[in-house]
Design a binder for this molecule. Sequence first.
Ligand SMILES: NC(=O)c1ccc[n+]([C@@H]2O[C@H](COP(=O)([O-])OP(=O)(O)OC[C@H]3O[C@@H](n4cnc5c(N)ncnc54)[C@H](OP(=O)(O)O)[C@@H]3O)[C@@H](O)[C@H]2O)c1
Length: 285
Amino acid sequence: MRRLFPVTDETAAPGGRSGTSGGGRGGPGGGGGEDGAGREWSLAELAAAYAYPEAGAGSGPGGGREPWLRANMVSTLDGAAQHEGRSQPISCPADMRIFGTLRALADVVLVGAETVRQEGYRPARARAEFAAAREAAGQGPAAAVAVVSASLDLDFSLPLFASPLVPTLILTGSAAPPDRVAAAEAAGVRVVTAGEGAGVDPGRAVRALAERGYTRLLTEGGPRLLGQLVAAGVLDELCLTVAPMLTAGDAQRIAGGPAVTLPRRFTLKSMLEEDGFLFTRYARP
Ligand SMILES: NC(=O)c1ccc[n+]([C@@H]2O[C@H](COP(=O)([O-])OP(=O)(O)OC[C@H]3O[C@@H](n4cnc5c(N)ncnc54)[C@H](OP(=O)(O)O)[C@@H]3O)[C@@H](O)[C@H]2O)c1
């Protein structure tokens, strides 16, 4: 993997040798020129590259932080967010390393129920490589998963609900079917009302999670959920993998639903590359 942006001495002179040794404070880019040759980045380097914004003073699980909502999505060159109903065919090993790193940095993973159903979602797992950093950051052993659903038409016997390391949440509206709410709670799921009627209000969902100490938020879509987060103006950052693939067809884009009135402008924060895949990180200005 190599860094294309922001440009560093190492990026600008990929064949050069800066004289610094690898593993130093420089993190990604330290190791003088190795990035140009595409060495594999350690998980610690990836974690540093994707760190959430620093928190202000505070205490508790969220460290007194303001919530920061990041999305992680993958798209083909022609804008497909899936192939044959899954995102895996348009991903790659480096994308999965970043996917895992972003999960390891997050307090909670916000995901739409259809993605859970189609991708066979499993709970986030504790990983030894991130254990010390999570403990130092006041985080539990793994990110919680928060599923957004109006119907609660979900199989609560699945490991995501029945045996997660940290309890799974469901965000739903006040009109959620009571029998499904009862079934979820019987399985150990925490059901959080974050909207009037059937649907979840995106801003209320973010606030509800922050009130429970989840301030490093990561959403993994899908497109219908992400579109609402974009439209509501609550998305702070997009980590978008651009896969060097063309699929044509009628796949969803990474964000769907009604268009926003004015396109929302984001700023490029970083761009990594491996094997023709671009790993971009954009944040709201
Ligand atoms: N390329 C990528 O990075 C990426 C990432 C994720 C997913 N995907 C792909 O995207 C597809 C699934 O995405 P999708 O857009 O169809 O679905 P989705 O956004 O994952 O889930 C939609 C479902 O979420 C619930 N939901 C969404 N907004 C809600 C609201 N405001 N209030 C209450 N519930 C709400 C509803 O669940 P109920 O029906 O239960 O009420 C709705 O049917 C899959 O093919 C998956 O592979 C791709």
